[in-house]
Design a protein around this ligand. Structure first.
Ligand SMILES: C[S@@+](CC[C@H](N)C(=O)[O-])C[C@H]1O[C@@H](n2cnc3c(N)ncnc32)[C@H](O)[C@@H]1O
Length: 271
């Protein structure tokens, strides 16, 4: 693992984008409008080839996390108003949705690209292991304000300061000690909120199925993560609460048989 960090760009603890940027225009993403947002995201991957475009299209179509995070960026609770993705637009962070975002384990970066295209993030910094996926994120998001950094976050849990830190499906791929260290670093870096999507080990058959499929995936894909090590939600929430966040958890598996949940952590005392 340590070898992966050799020759990588050093991470400094600085704001994602220190200079002020104009506030993006927030546009409501309606249920009917999500497919056109998804199509715009997929189009950004045109230079990355058909496989990348197909992967991103499939993720956006089938993984509910994109709509859930977009909804949080609108400041609405999931499912509050039929006719929109998850409700109406209000309560955003200074009118810039999630503000400056750091996406830890960003993969191909499609969530960050969607947030930027929808005007729900001011800038996004995606951090992941060096490789093709991160390169594709850089290609897709460069013109939108998405920057990338290659880093082994298990070896170097250093997180740049941001309004919002995302950890989507990355923690459970790490050893317990590394997960907790990265989560603590994310909490220290987040001015306003931390969003964690992870596998809940306490959801009965859903959890068993998800863990089995994750192990099977590791047999066929060289790109699958190092391990399948979901920690109890109470353990993850404890790290965030100790850092001054109020934490809630909600299922984030809609339309799938998986045990994915979204932890939403808001720094207390920050509107
Ligand atoms: C299941 S993918 C999720 C990708 C992205 N968050 C998404 O929602 O599409 C997990 C990601 O975590 C990254 N990852 C796993 N271990 C990592 C580590 N030690 N340091 C940095 N990234 C890591 C993987 O490379 C992969 O891109």
């Amino acid at each position: 693992m340590a070898g992966l960090t050799q020759g990588l760009e050093p991470l400094a603890i600085v704001p994602v984008r220190p200079e002020p940027l104009p506030a993006p225009v927030l546009r409501p993403v309606t249920s009917a409008g999500f497919p056109s947002l998804a199509a715009a995201v997929v189009a950004r991957y045109a230079p990355c080839g058909r496989a990348a475009r197909g992967y991103v299209a499939g993720k956006l179509r089938h993984d509910p996390v994109h709509r859930a995070v977009l909804a949080l960026a609108e400041g609405t609770a999931p499912g509050t108003a039929p006719g929109t993705v998850h409700g109406t637009v209000h309560g955003t962070i200074h009118g810039t949705g999630l503000g400056d975002v750091v996406d830890l384990g960003c993969g191909r970066g499609q969530l960050g690209v969607a947030l930027l295209l929808a005007g729900r993030a001011r800038a996004v910094r995606g951090i992941d292991l060096p490789g093709r996926r991160l390169d594709q994120a850089a290609v897709a998001g460069a013109a939108l304000g998405l920057s990338t950094t290659a880093c082994d976050l298990a070896a170097r849990p250093i997180v740049p300061a941001a309004d919002t830190v995302l950890l989507i499906d990355v923690l459970y791929q790490m050893q317990t000690r590394s997960q907790l260290a990265l989560l603590a670093a994310a909490a220290a870096a987040a001015r306003r909120r931390v969003l964690v999507r992870t596998l809940d080990p306490a959801r009965g058959l859903r959890s068993v199925l998800t863990v089995v499929l994750e192990h099977a995936w590791r047999r066929v894909s060289a790109q699958a993560g190092a391990m399948v090590n979901p920690r109890p939600l109470s353990e993850l929430a404890g790290v965030l609460e100790a850092a001054g966040f109020a934490v809630s958890a909600a299922p984030c598996w809609r339309g799938t048989p998986f045990a994915n949940v979204l932890l939403t952590a808001h720094r207390t005392g920050v509107s």
